[in-house]
Ligand binder design. Structure first.
Ligand code: SF4
Length: 233
């Protein structure tokens, strides 16, 4: 199966798994707060695999491209100070104004092709909590927050359901593994940067020529490992 077709099948498989998980939550009385237009989670850094970014890139119109260009320019310009993962994540939440694929009403403009990691985020707390930096909370509030989390349902230190995220990671690995089988290496990283690499640099044209050709595109861009990660087979 070609990688772009595999993207659709992994997304459908994940959506079906999440439907089952959410039904389970409803049955068990686990409150979920995600709704159209909330978008606080879209202010976080979004991870994607290369095949997902390639599929999304093919759908963008001129206006979406302009927003993407501006976002990536800012991300690259300010990203030189990202000395660690925490700084990179914090900058997304605090200074970049959200995903460039958000529309004016706070809904996802690329909903049908949004990546697995977006599909997997389901909040057990009201949306205000999704854009919050825990480090900014007073110690007592942080303690109360952590005590309120039910480890049966959520990931450590977050209020997002764990099962959808685990299922998404498995589907991401399916895509990355298929990419390594095909090209000898896989690429994943920041969603917006990967989409930009496809639209602005035409990176998929270089994939079949091998790693040296891809490297000739990536190296001059000096992208941090938070933005693009390459794993050899
Ligand atoms: S791709 Fe869509 S769902 Fe994902 S962060 Fe961007 S706007 Fe939100």
């Amino acid at each position: 199966m070609v990688l772009t077709e595999l993207v659709r099948s992994t997304q459908m498989r994940l959506d079906a798994e999440i439907d089952t998980i959410l039904a389970d939550c409803r049955q068990q009385g686990v409150a979920l707060y995600c709704r159209r237009g909330c978008a606080n989670c879209c202010r976080l850094a979004v991870h994607a695999t290369w095949p997902e970014a390639q599929v999304l890139a093919a759908t963008l119109n001129g206006e979406q491209m302009a927003r993407l260009d501006a976002h990536v320019a800012r991300l690259r310009q300010e990203g030189e100070d990202d000395v660690n993962l925490l700084a990179y994540l914090r900058r997304h939440r605090d200074t970049l104004s959200g995903c460039p694929f958000l529309d004016a009403g706070g809904a996802c403009d690329v909903y049908s092709v949004r990546p697995l990691s977006c599909r997997a985020l389901h909040s057990t707390r009201p949306g205000d909590w999704c854009g919050l930096d825990l480090a900014t909370l007073p110690a007592i509030d942080k303690e109360l927050y952590l005590q309120s989390l039910d480890p049966q349902w959520v990931d450590v230190l977050t209020h997002f359901l764990s099962r959808p995220r685990l299922a998404a990671q498995q589907q991401e690995e399916t895509l990355l593994s298929a990419m390594r089988d095909q090209y000898g290496f896989s690429i994943d990283g920041n969603l917006t940067v990967l989409v930009w690499l496809e639209r602005e640099k035409g990176l998929s044209k270089y994939l079949a020529q091998g790693w040296t050709a891809v490297e000739s595109v990536l190296t001059p861009l000096r992208l941090s490992s938070w933005l693009v990660r390459v794993v050899e087979a």
